[in-house]
Ligand binder design. Structure first.
Ligand code: F3S
Length: 288
């Protein structure tokens, strides 16, 4: 039985860039701290810790002189505070996230109330909201606003599902178009997210078991698992190979694998190797 990898999966360019920037800074400047985890993946955080790169949950916890912000970006107030404290800043904000921040800022500056389709507590969304200077909210449900502002701007968390974003916008328009004089929609779902979702969907339709590898705190991994499960195929979401359960294989004939944008290659390889071992034991699994 073949094991097939999705045509697009694992580390995205934004995550690779962020890790490379932080490792370079650490080599040149010595030990440094990241403000929150640089990516939502504990295996990557453990590996970076061996290189002297530690996580500080907030600026008060920072012990050294160099602090890096993650690919998720931060609010401008955080950047200002880093500068006020005299810390050297390594800014690894993903260019796609930066684009969403710029869109949020310019909508707010132009007098639009900004609605971010996304998870309110996610660091990226918190950062984007910061660029609206209090003139925005984040939600995954069409909001019931007490008084609908006449000018509305809508954008998305970069890792949301494009189809869900489109449905959200359509539902929002239907909810109270009469109160809105102007609506601007900016599609800020990133390319890497879209490609990983499309590849996962295409593969999930052709296999009878999908294994999705990535951290439980990774928003884009969660989305991949949802997309696969929605096709009706048996879908298991795991962080590491240890969680692969031999009982999943059974008499399933074709296994598909995908992984979130913050999942390192070595985690994916370990999962593939374990599935292959199980397949050989059962006589029916091999990578393609
Ligand atoms: Fe950037 Fe998209 Fe990756 S926003 S960090 S390229 S998932």
């Amino acid at each position: 039985m073949p094991i097939e990898k999705a045509s697009e999966m694992g580390f995205c360019t934004g995550v690779r860039r962020a890790i490379a920037m932080i490792e370079k800074a650490s080599r040149e400047l010595g030990p440094l701290e990241t403000l929150g985890p640089v990516v939502h993946n504990q295996q990557v955080i453990n590996k970076l810790a061996l290189e002297g790169i530690q996580v500080a949950e907030n600026l008060d916890q920072v012990q050294g002189k160099v602090v890096a912000i993650s690919s998720h970006g931060v609010a401008p107030q955080v950047v200002a505070e880093v500068e006020k404290r005299g810390l050297k800043l390594i800014d690894t904000t993903c260019p796609f996230v930066r684009r969403a921040q710029v869109a949020a800022q310019s909508l707010a500056d132009d007098g639009f109330f900004v609605i971010v389709f996304g998870e309110e507590s996610h660091p990226e969304v918190q950062g984007v909201l910061g660029w609206t200077k209090g003139k925005g909210i984040a939600t995954l449900e069409v909001p019931l606003l007490e008084k609908m502002p006449p000018r509305i701007g809508i954008l998305s968390q970069t890792t949301q599902n494009l189809a869900n974003f489109a449905s959200f916008v359509a539902e929002f328009v239907q909810s109270d178009l009469a109160s809105i004089s102007e609506l601007r929609v900016v599609n800020t779902v990133c390319d890497a997210t879209r490609k990983r979702q499309e590849a996962a969907l295409e593969l999930a339709k052709r296999v009878d078991l999908m294994v999705v590898v990535g951290s439980r705190s990774s928003a884009n991994t969660q989305r991949l698992a949802e997309i696969c499960a929605a096709t009706g195929v048996a879908t298991y979401r795991i962080e590491t190979a240890v969680e692969v359960d031999p009982s999943w294989i059974g008499d399933r004939r074709r296994v598909g694998i995908t992984a979130g944008a913050s999942t390192p290659d070595f985690s994916i390889d370990e999962v593939v190797a374990k599935l292959e071992r199980l397949g050989q034991q059962g006589g029916n699994c091999g990578a393609v």
